[in-house]
Design a protein around this ligand. Sequence first.
Ligand code: AMP
Ligand code: MG
Length: 519
Amino acid sequence: MKSLKFDNRFIAEMPGDPVIGPGVREVRAAAYSLVRPTPVSAPSLLAWSRETAGLLDLDASDLASPEFAQVFAGNALLPGMQPCAANYGGHQFGHWARQLGDGRAISLGELINRAGQRWELQLKGAGPTPYSRTADGRAVLRSSIREFLCSEAMHHLGVPTTRALSLVGTGDRVVRDMFYDGHPQAEAGAIVCRVAPSFLRFGNFELPASRGELALLRQLADFTIDRDFPEIGGDGEARYAQWFAQVCERTAVMVAHWMRVGFVHGVMNTDNMSILGLTIDYGPYGWIDDYDPDWTPNTTDMQGRRYRFGWQPKIAYWNLNRLAGALSPLFGNPQPLQEGLQRYREAYAGAEQDNIARKLGFAECLDQDIALMEDLQSLLQAGEMDMTIFFRALARIDGDEPSPQPFADAFYDETKRVAVAPLLSAWLQRYRQRLQSDPLDSVARVKRMNAANPRFVLRNYLAQQAIDRAEQGDASGIAELLEVMRRPYEEQPGREAYAARRPEWARDRAGCSMLSCSS
Ligand code: AMP
Ligand code: MG
């Protein structure tokens, strides 16, 4: 492999744990612990993203070199790498969970590419760290495939996200009790290399604040602004205020994208909220098939459904309130934090209106369009209609004489189709009238809609099919699916099968509609 340039500012500038190596412990007054990945027995490269490799100035010959799989399995380090696990806490399912930290993620270093961009490389599943608590520090193949594919699919959909460089099989088995019901099984292990400008989370700030480690909190805030928000000027409180408002705004934009494409994160704990407003930690996430705002893929969350699709905007806001609480010692009075939270509400409302205008194909969102969209959503839910297929089909209707015909493929239940048919026709009449008063011509409208309503999303069952094949030893389904997900807004003739609604066999199947945190 070619030599790469690393500049590990987090380690150089932030205080670390004086104890080196693994061994579960409480780590106080330190932002990270130095710990090396634990080698695996037989690394094999199963999949990679050429776009993410490109960000790192890596090309096909680097990917093909035997060293690549060794490095990205954690068996070897490149010059300049300094592996560490970050220390953070978090609110999990609404409750403060104290110190969590990178229990199985190990950052390798901050790479500086030829364009001068900084990219942190992180292995997920690279072995125990001081933060592994009772767990093993490893990841299973099925979850690693899901993280690898979804990171890249989200990027191509235009959603802010951490990226994935590689998926390496370890050759080792990992024991997991998938549904925590007393049926542990040995599964294939794997490691994903994730890539982002920073993996800092709300929880990195919450932990020192919770312990009264105010010097560390301030140092981390200063560091983050300096390294990751260089556009922010000013000093003192005004600088922190601008930064917090930025975090609020980015979080709003990210969640609005999730709502646009039908993505359900599944575990929006504050330790899974990126300070950069990136989608991070792909675990029991899922994609909306039939439109249901109450759906969550996460079986661990079935009781309260806290992280259901329709609650994501308000949960993000709740999480930002926890971050505001953690940052409050940096402020003399809470006013700027209140203003930041207000920025979230405004930015989210603006982004939601933008979604409405783009998804429905209007030049802009008028007040009346909010009700038009809400009524449509009720209709989609009552009719058990596929969200992705419906919006894509909506661009194909005849604006002068809309018929429900283009939506035939969107229904999962014939009885419901018949039941909502009159409601759908009535809604289409309202929509037709609205289109007539809109300045966009039909060509511009279709273009606008097809750029906001994907034809292809990483449906849960599609990922599961790639997983089933990979678990039988054939990893080629991963690359095939990634290839489709590279151009989610294009028609891609010949690939209709990847746009099909969820088949019946997948309705209640593990991995398709039911996932747990066990990964
Ligand atoms: P998650 O729900 O995946 O975001 O994880 C919550 C916390 O548990 C984080 O601190 C993770 O690093 C840790 N964790 C999850 N799975 C493992 C594992 N297999 N080994 C060690 N730590 C883990
Ligand atoms: Mg996490």
